[in-house]
Design a protein around this ligand. Structure first.
Ligand code: PEP
Length: 243
C-alpha cells in the first residue's frame, strides 16, 4: 500500500510568529508512531522560519510556487534554487488560484515542473475543472490537458505528485461526492499510466477537506492523501485529518 501524504496549503496566511505558534501546538498532537507523510506549503516569506521549526521532525515543507528560471533579472519572483537552499523538499505548481488569478498556462507550469525536478525537488501538480466544465461533462478532458502537458515536460522516472482539486470545491465548503472523487481519480490514474507514468504516483484530493469528511474520503481506494487549504490553518483540525 502507498504511504498517505497530507499536504497543507496555507496560501497567503500566517507570518513567522503565527507559524511558530502553529507548530508549537501542532507537533505535540501527532502520535510518535505516525507513519503519515506531511508537507506544509507556507508563504515564501516563512520558508526560513519553517525550516528551523521543523528541523527536528520528519515533516517536510515547500513553497507554493516558483518561477520558471533559476535566477536573473526577474524582480519579485521566487527561485526554486533558493527554495531548495532553505531546505524545502516540494514545490506546489499550477494551483487553480495561480491558473485563474495569475493566468498561468499549462506550458508555463510544465516548464517549472522540469526545473523543480532538475534540482532534485518534488513538484506537486494541481489539476481540476470548474463547475461549468464538470456540468458540461468535460472533467476528464480538462484533467487530461493539464496532466499531459506537464508529463511531457518532466522526467517520469523521478518523483512527482498530483493533487486533483475540483475548483468548485476549493474554499467553498462544497466537497465532491465520494463517487465523483473515486471516478475522477481512477481516470487520472489511467491517464498517468497511458502517458508512461507510474501506477505509484500519488494522487491527492483537495477541496474543502475537513476532519468531518476526511475519513470517508481517505477510504476511497484511489485517494492517496489530501491537499488541504482552510482546515490546515488550525493545528487541531489539520492534525485530525493527518491521523
Ligand atoms: C486548496 O487551496 O488547495 C484547497 C483545497 O483549499 P480548501 O481546503 O480550503 O478547499
Amino acid at each position: 500500500m502507498k504511504q498517505k501524504l497530507f499536504a497543507a496549503n496555507w496560501k497567503l496566511n500566517k507570518g513567522p510568529k503565527e507559524t511558530k505558534s502553529f507548530f508549537e501546538e501542532f507537533l505535540p498532537l501527532l502520535p510518535q508512531e505516525s507513519q503519515a507523510q506531511i508537507v506544509f506549503f507556507v508563504p515564501a516569506t516563512n520558508l526560513e522560519s519553517t525550516a528551523q521549526l521543523l528541523s527536528q521532525t520528519k515533516i517536510h515543507f515547500g513553497a507554493q510556487n516558483c518561477y520558471s528560471q533559476l535566477n536573473g533579472a526577474f524582480t519579485g519572483e521566487i527561485s526554486a534554487q533558493i527554495i531548495k537552499e532553505i531546505g524545502a523538499r516540494y514545490i506546489l505548481l499550477g494551483h487553480s488560484e495561480r491558473r485563474q488569478i495569475f493566468k498561468e498556462s499549462d506550458e508555463f507550469i510544465a516548464l517549472k515542473g522540469k526545473l523543480v525536478q532538475s534540482l532534485g525537488l518534488i513538484p506537486m501538480l494541481c489539476i481540476g475543472e470548474t463547475l461549468e466544465e464538470r456540468d458540461a461533462g468535460k472533467t476528464e478532458k480538462i484533467c487530461e490537458a493539464q496532466l499531459v502537458s506537464f508529463m511531457k515536460s518532466i522526467d517520469l522516472k523521478k518523483d512527482w505528485v498530483v493533487a486533483y482539486e475540483p475548483i468548485w470545491a476549493i474554499g467553498t465548503g462544497r466537497t465532491a461526492t465520494t463517487q465523483q472523487v473515486s471516478e475522477t481519480h481512477a481516470q487520472i490514474k489511467k491517464l498517468i499510466q497511458r502517458e508512461g507514468g507510474s501506477s505509484q504516483t500519488l494522487i491527492l484530493y483537495g477541496g474543502s477537506v475537513k476532519p468531518e469528511n476526511s475519513k470517508e474520503l481517505l477510504a476511497i481506494a484511489e485517494v492517496d492523501g489530501f491537499l488541504v487549504g482552510g482546515a490546515s490553518l488550525d493545528p487541531h483540525s489539520f492534525s485530525k485529518i493527518c491521523l
